[in-house]
Design a binder for this molecule. Structure first.
Ligand SMILES: [Zn+2]
Ligand SMILES: [Zn+2]
Ligand SMILES: [Zn+2]
Ligand SMILES: [Zn+2]
Ligand SMILES: [Zn+2]
Length: 236
């Protein structure tokens, strides 16, 4: 308990929940302050959650909530998770109906809140709005091309490198899902003894109903599973 009090900003004994290292050493061996969830005290290196450096910088500007605790930053309610969007730039949650303007259809790719759109525009006036994303700002346009080619609706994952999961152990599977933000769900993968080969054989129904995930995370997890399945076919 005491350890958590002085957490923010480089406390030596505070460990990242993902990699179990301190702020002085992330996975790449570099110094990186931990984000600490204001609700559950979960701690994480932004890089362990695959945050971009921009996202990490923005996430530090205000109290941070982990993926499990995230509430709508406008109504401060965690209800109706299926109608909650997470901004890919500031990591805040918004109900589609709370956001201004109201979002009618759930975005399938990257989504950035209107506040960040304004900020990003102000920061970098040369940024371009993506024609195909309409209300959504295609954040990646700055760094190289629209990546909104969503294969699965409901996915808000930020895919860069999809690893080959074929040889993963049960631990590696659990670690992967923990790393991408599904900390609780990763334990279920572990309990169900799902290794890389099993993972690549999972069907939609297995993920959505067989593993007792809530629908929101289940859809997102399935989209990750699909990407892994596309990347690496199981060895026969
Ligand atoms: Zn870490
Ligand atoms: Zn939390
Ligand atoms: Zn709300
Ligand atoms: Zn935002
Ligand atoms: Zn786009």
């Amino acid at each position: 308990m005491e350890e958590e009090e002085e957490g923010k900003g480089g406390g030596e004994r505070v460990l990242c929940d993902y990699c179990l290292q301190t702020a002085s050493c992330n996975r790449k061996g570099a110094q990186e302050d931990l984000l600490i969830c204001t609700d559950c005290q979960a701690k994480a290196h932004p890089s362990c959650m695959d945050y971009s450096s921009d996202l990490a910088r923005r996430a530090r500007r205000s109290p941070w909530q982990c993926i499990d605790c995230k509430t709508c930053c406008l109504c401060e309610d965690a209800g109706d998770p299926d109608a909650m969007l997470f901004c890919d730039a500031c990591d805040k949650g918004y109900h589609m109906s709370c956001h201004s303007p109201v979002i009618e259809d759930k975005p399938t790719g990257k989504w950035v809140c209107s506040r960040c759109c304004q900020e990003i525009e102000a920061d970098a006036p040369e940024t371009t709005f993506c024609g195909s994303c309409v209300l959504m700002f295609c954040y990646r346009l700055r760094t190289g091309g629209c990546i909104d080619s969503p294969s699965v609706s409901g996915s808000s994952s930020w895919v860069t490198d999809v690893p080959n999961a074929a040889d993963w152990s049960i631990d590696e599977v659990a670690q992967y899902f923990s790393n991408i933000g599904f900390i609780h769900q990763s334990e279920i993968f572990r309990e169900q003894e799902i290794d890389g080969r099993s993972l690549l054989l999972l069907k939609r129904s297995d993920v959505l109903t067989g593993l007792s995930f809530k629908l929101g995370p289940a859809l997102k997890i399935y989209s990750h599973v699909q990407q892994l399945q596309l990347r690496g076919q199981p060895v026969q």
